[in-house]
Design a protein around this ligand. Sequence first.
Ligand SMILES: [Zn+2]
Length: 502
Amino acid sequence: MRVRQRDLAARVLDFWGVRTPAFAPSVLEPGDRQIVSINAYRLWATRDHRALAKKIAERDDVIIIPESGYRQIKKYDDDVTLEDIVEIQVEAGFPIVASFPSARVEDAITNARLAREISSKPLLLEVERSWDYDKIKVFTDATAGWAWGYALASEDPKKVAELAKAMPRNKVLVIYGIHHPAVIPVLAMVGADVFTSGAHARYAQRGDYITEASIRPVTELQELPCTCPVCKNRDPSDLRSRTDLIELHNEILFEEEARKTRNAIAEGRLFEYALRRALTHPALWGRFLEALKGETLEWILENMPFPKNASIYRFDGLEIRRPEHILGERMVKRAKVPVEWCAYTYPFGQTYPPEITAKPTPEQVVKAAFRIPWGIDPPENAKWVLRHGIPRKILVNGEEIGLIRFEDGFFVPNIRGAKYIMEKTTPPHRRVVVDEDGVEAVRERKPLLSSYVLDVDPELRPNMEVIVVDAEDNVVATGKSALTAREIAEIDGIAVKIRHRA
Ligand SMILES: [Zn+2]
């Protein structure tokens, strides 16, 4: 698993050729899709289920996200056991196996253990939506060793954030059964990775067509508001009683939403995109606002890349503070920097339309550049070279110690500057401490992996400038963090992108 991009608490993961946030349509046969979800009970209940399972097992080019079908079993077929459901998944060659959820945590753990014993495959474990954070944590702690990921059948961002926070960061978070594509960016904001739904087919069965903002009978439309291959040269009347075509259009809309969400994350504009999508329905708007409150907001702030190389749009009159501004205000306050000094400093200097119109002096810009990201003052005898009236190169005794980066107004030290920062601070402040293999990797220009890390600043977050040091606090390199402090311990991957080597 690789974290390719991130924004807010969202991430673009790469696993087995699939990129997240991904949409996995609920189907019984994968067709030419790359990722699908299959309900094991539906498969089991199909007349030719053995032949179908055999056909699925032959496919190694598709990722199957399993669902146990536990709710349908409770409703229609109480005799079906967990053994039956696990066996059909093994027979169909599912790479990941779903267990039964349970209202009681202990029972859900017992089910997971049994599913693991029967199948020996990694598990996708469903978390009950009635559980609070503490219960979820007991469950994820007990099962993380066998889990590929965790699933939740809820569109509540607070619940999703609780699960994202409780589970290890190297697991995949699946949302079962979403009702409309517009949910995808809003739940991706708090860390959901894969979305399953059978709604595209269910709606099509009753002639319902998904539009950008709603779901309505295709017969009520004047014109098809879509240019997908199904709709391009057709009229609503052409889709009357064409369940297959409506279904295909509906599925395309879910898929397109996942794609646009990934793109928004890559552009650093997930907030704007989710906001725009949330405005399509009052209920979704409520969920969007819910994601920006209390512990859910704190979860976003903990994972959010900061600074970010994308301008930040401000929408007056919406009465929403963006997560970037909330974190920026906290940092400015702690660094004892008047916000008027931040006309060039992230996130205020990158906000459009600008919030700060006061023009800071070069000295104020330099102080903000050191205090906000590093928590220290610039060297007393520091001099600077102006570029377009803004301090750029920072010099001490005629020697350069680093630059103030134009994009975010933060001081980016070279090795000389890193040594100054180390003198003024105590470990592990703004440090990533690495073992001998880590020192060796830096020297050989190999990736600095999280497995080399001995200790980190607990405030570490993606995009933060850090100093890589050895166990004796000698500067090894400077660079940009790719992970949060917690992820360094939980995700195998590149920890720091190296900028300067000592
Ligand atoms: Zn269409």
